[in-house]
Design a binder for this molecule. Sequence first.
Ligand SMILES: [Zn+2]
Ligand SMILES: [Zn+2]
Length: 390
Amino acid sequence: MTLSHENQNYILKWRRYFHQYPELPMKEYKTADVIEKELQHLGIQTHRIHETGICGVFTHITDLKHAKSVGLRADIDALPVTEKTGLSFASVNSGVMHACGHDGHTAALLGAAKRLTEHPDHINGTVKFFFQQGEEICQGAKLFVKANEHKDLDRILAVHMCSSLPVGKMSVRGGECSASCDKFIIKIHGKSSHAATPHQSIDAIYVASQIVVNLQSIIARGTNPIETGVVSVGSIHGGKTYNIVSDEVILEGTTRAFNQEVRNTINRRVKEIAEGIAMTYGAIADVDIQDFTRPLINDQDVANEVAEVAINLFGESIAEYNYNKVMLGDDFAEYLTDVKGMYVWIGSSDGENTPTSYPHHHEQFDINEKAVFMASELYEAYARKILNTL
Ligand SMILES: [Zn+2]
Ligand SMILES: [Zn+2]
């Protein structure tokens, strides 16, 4: 651990502050105000991305010809979860909780910003600090991309706490990291009648059931078995009471894939199957596929650079080369279509059956704060490596 006490305290103060005042995706108003003010206090220029995203820009150029630029991304949003950790700095915003570790990412990046601006020695270039809103609903990265904030970057790095890795490990594997993520909403319109006269109805619940069952054929029979994918229906709502045939059902679900082509096929088939089955029974299905994010594929060169930096900081044992890809999604993937970058899982657990071993999004989710220090050091050291004049 190379961080001074002062720098550790700075990070802890912010991590606990953000933990105590979590805000929902795209509504991170106070969080954004606080980040913006702190960056300005550090002498970093800031501008807003949409309402609650903050882009901080720190430039220190000694040789224009060789200057480079690095993006460091932290997500800042929380979740609609009622916290049950019992922490002294537990959420005071009822029904909202930092249950994914984004409080840690935000604090880690502020800490890196502080140290980079205080000691710009040997830096030649620009660091862009992306404090990104709306990760949990995959809406924030698209706004940064739309504003072309990533276009001038040579590299981009994101960190994420990981409750299934122990503290002292970081996943530095190149290649497939996390899956694409999209949401679908299927509204089935049928016709109501008495439950005893079903021939006079078009039963939306019956149609919905057929759709739910048949959607699984997409993975079983519609995609190459060498590839992976998921179709999950997460909610189903319809009907009024036991003796009336329902005229409307709403299904909501998500699709995942690791390959853009598979992703497109799965989403296309969700629509075709829902519409086709509805038509078979005389119902109508309105299908809305919401494009969330593409598969996240880590660049191998960047993975090598990150491994080198992490090993320099924390020793050989830090590097986890075999951490499996996951079907979770993260919209950090959106930046990687144009920029070489990496998403690093930072071990934040003390091991099984400890308070830091609960899964992400759980009401008792917590992190070992050492992981936040390590994340902060990685952000800083990676930026220095890429921008180094030596
Ligand atoms: Zn999450
Ligand atoms: Zn997260």
